[in-house]
Design a protein around this ligand. Structure first.
Ligand SMILES: C[S@@+](CC[C@H](N)C(=O)[O-])C[C@H]1O[C@@H](n2cnc3c(N)ncnc32)[C@H](O)[C@@H]1O
Length: 273
């Protein structure tokens, strides 16, 4: 595997099998699965499914919307949005192993006809101009130094007037990030933008920013509550550990400090193309 970002995310093979095995061990019937049953492993961002639904509420989606999810991971956000709004969501992700798992998980919850996943790079999207009514991207650009290209590509594939929703981890004012974190074990693949930089990147790509929300305090609470829950009643059947491996507990502890000390911030942007 030549790309260090894809290598970070796919150090373990057979991801769908690992997840299926974890669910079966916990007594889940794969034929009866709901999207929410997968949320602890397939909504791979801070504040999970709740954050996806909150972002989608601000995207003006309907049944006819054609949505693109850039950096779709295991496909949790795409399935959540497709199910909640009855729309079609295409996911694109650099990591082939995640695209393969995303397809399998979508079949388990009978959403295979409403979502599709393909491998591709956010800085060079494999889509024609003006193809989507709305585009979202959740916790992806922190792995990408060429953020101008990501936002230019998003602008290119959205129809004029369409909504671009970004929910990302940004560099905070409290000092350098403590590693490892879920998106990087060390700094060479971590590229966090600062809040003021984001606003000019989005404007330079041709977006009008309609709404900005900083959810850092809520993110800190979410991590603290998750860790307290896990200490009390153990982890859910499958977690990010399925692909992040045994480093995940240390990553989670670092995230609590990164958020508490404002080394990172979580911010979302709703923009119009
Ligand atoms: C933290 S995960 C978030 C996944 C998903 N958005 C979610 O919230 O569940 C980051 C994802 O970004 C993808 N990614 C990183 N760099 C990328 C690039 N240049 N193009 C496309 N995807 C990329 C990774 O493969 C990974 O799936």
């Amino acid at each position: 595997m030549s790309d260090p970002v894809a290598a970070h995310y796919s150090s373990r093979g057979g991801l769908a099998d690992t997840i299926a095995e974890g669910l079966r061990r916990a007594g889940k019937d794969l034929n009866e699965l709901k999207t929410a049953d997968l949320a602890a492993v397939d909504e791979f961002h801070i504040r999970g499914r709740r954050a996806t639904l909150e972002l989608a509420e601000r995207m003006h989606l309907g049944e006819d919307s054609r949505v693109l999810d850039i950096g779709s991971g295991l496909g949790g956000p795409a399935r959540t949005v497709a199910e909640a709004y009855g729309c079609h969501v295409t996911g694109v992700d650099l990591t082939q192993a995640f695209c393969d798992a995303a397809e399998a998980l979508s079949d388990w919850v009978n959403l295979g006809n409403r979502v599709a996943f393909q491998q591709g790079d956010a800085t060079n999207l494999p889509f024609t101009d003006d193809q989507f009514d709305a585009v979202m991207t959740i916790h992806v650009a922190m792995n990408i130094p060429a953020k101008d290209k990501v936002y230019e590509e998003a602008r290119r594939v959205i129809k004029p007037g369409g909504i671009f929703a970004v929910y990302d981890v940004l560099q905070g004012e409290g000092g350098d990030v403590l590693f490892p974190v879920p998106w990087a074990r060390e700094p060479s693949i971590s590229h966090l933008a600062r809040p003021n930089e984001m606003e000019s990147l989005l404007a330079d790509a041709g977006f009008k920013i309609l709404d900005v929300r900083d959810s850092t305090g809520e993110s800190q609470n979410w991590f603290e509550e998750m860790m307290a829950r896990m200490a009390q009643s153990g982890p859910p059947p499958v977690t990010f550990q399925a692909f992040l491996g045994s480093d995940f507990p240390e990553m989670a502890r670092n995230q609590v400090r990164n958020l508490t000390e404002r080394r990172i911030r979580t911010v979302s942007y709703i923009c119009e193309a």
